[in-house]
Design a protein around this ligand. Structure first.
Ligand code: FE
Ligand code: FE
Length: 190
């Protein structure tokens, strides 16, 4: 299956460009940090498969496909496209690779003890070439030398933005941050 043209048809231009950028960044990070870069490219291409669906539609799908959702994900519609998207990738596109499905399912919140592959997608989504925000260059630079340090900066910024907008913070994001802090402290990097 040609996932690139499939996504190009499914998504609007901006979101499609974001997926291409994420794929490219994910492949680069994968290469650097020793995980399968072709697989990372594919994960990047498809990671926002469900992003253009409405919150209502995503909830309907989650219920129909019996995707287990915690109450915060249920309320925060922005979070839904990740776990529901992962299930749709499996059911609609036949993607069965567990690394890809898990990385997609957790690309918005992260979780405790993310694998390197999952981290690569999370960070790629954050720093891909179309992203423009104050400080993105610093994170891009950090991403070239230390995956976890770069992620800590990205996660902190993501959490801060959730706080600034009075949105509910998902406990998995806190768990992800704590696990990064612990790993970095154990490695004397903080
Ligand atoms: Fe997303
Ligand atoms: Fe994305």
């Amino acid at each position: 299956m040609n996932y690139i043209s499939l996504m190009e048809e499914k998504l609007d231009r901006e979101l499609f460009e974001h997926c291409l950028g994420t794929a490219k960044a994910a492949a680069e990070l994968a290469e650097r940090y020793g995980v399968d870069s072709e697989k990372a490219y594919l994960a990047g291409i498809v990671h926002d498969y469900a992003k253009s669906l409405s919150g209502q539609k995503l909830l309907e799908l989650a219920d129909r496909l019996q995707v287990p959702l915690d109450p915060i994900t249920r309320q925060q519609h922005k979070l839904l496209h990740a776990p529901v998207g992962a299930v749709l990738l499996e059911k609609e596109l036949g993607i069965s690779d567990p690394d890809i499905l898990k990385a997609v399912a957790f690309h918005t919140t992260g979780h405790d003890g993310m694998s390197t592959f999952e981290k690569v997608l999370y960070l790629a989504d954050y720093i891909e070439e179309n992203r423009q925000f104050e400080g993105v260059e610093e994170i891009r630079k950090a991403a070239k030398s230390d995956l976890d340090l770069a992620l800590l900066t990205a996660v902190d910024r993501a959490i801060q933005s959730i706080l600034d907008r009075y949105l509910m913070l998902h406990p998995n994001s806190v768990a992800f941050r704590n696990s990064l802090l612990k790993k970095l402290a154990d490695e004397n990097k903080l």
